[in-house]
Design a protein around this ligand. Structure first.
Ligand SMILES: N[C@@H](CCC(=O)N[C@@H](CS)C(=O)NCC(=O)O)C(=O)O
Length: 206
């Protein structure tokens, strides 16, 4: 049985959404980051990096949303969660790489630094986040979905981060109309709502 390790509302939600969109058979295992469960010997034996998500498969463990999500899509052919054209797929991978390596760290620094950032450091972190959101709004998000008309795993991934932004009041509706419409469209999907319910978290309204 495929086993997805996740923490509610954290970035593993992207892989959780991909599982629900694929109609897959899997088990979701909660890791409470606030309690430090990602650093227990049991979890470090699964993922020595001590982060979620991790996915146990019968071939071994996969990590990184940008890898797990297309793998889920490949294992469930016909679910149309990745582009079939090689170039379009590469572009989706590029988006996911950017989300994981650029957007996510910028958001984490602004939102989750301990101790919390203050003063100039906070202003700089906030500007960096706004620059990245502007890049997505103006260039990366084709609309209505990341890749245009086709919903792909990149959409669940983007929505995890725009949810965080909306929750912290930085997804301004006038500055980021496309990102807001995108988040609403993603959250309206039954598969996404099933993943949220499974994690015990709510839709984030605008
Ligand atoms: N690039 C990785 C990021 C994984 C990651 O940083 N996960 C966070 C939650 S969003 C985590 O588990 N943090 C726990 C910690 O740093 O202690 C991915 O997409 O899978």
């Amino acid at each position: 049985m495929l086993k997805l390790y996740y923490s509610p509302g954290a970035c593993a939600l992207a892989s959780h959404i991909a599982f629900e969109e694929a109609g897959a058979d899997y088990e979701a295992v909660k890791i409470d980051l606030k309690k430090g469960e990602q650093r227990t010997p049991e979890y470090l034996a699964v993922n020595p990096a001590g982060v979620t998500p991790a996915l146990e498969t019968d071939q071994g463990v996969l990590t990184e949303n940008a890898v797990i999500m297309p793998w889920i899509a490949d294992k469930h052919p016909g679910t149309n969660l990745v582009p079939t054209d090689a170039f379009e797929r590469a572009r989706m991978n590029a988006f996911n790489g950017w989300a994981g390596a650029s957007l996510h760290p910028a958001l984490s620094r602004l939102m989750f630094s301990r101790p919390p950032l203050e003063g100039e450091a906070k202003d700089a972190a906030r500007k960096l986040v706004n620059d990245k959101l502007a890049l997505a709004e103006q260039h990366l998000l084709k609309g209505p979905f990341v890749m245009g008309d086709q919903y792909t795993v990149a959409d669940g991934y983007l929505s995890v981060f725009t949810r965080w932004c909306r929750q912290t009041g930085i997804l301004d509706a006038r500055t980021y109309p496309k990102l807001n419409a995108h988040l609403d469209a993603v959250q309206a999907r039954p598969a996404v709502q099933r993943a949220l319910k499974a994690q015990g978290i709510e839709l984030v309204g605008g």
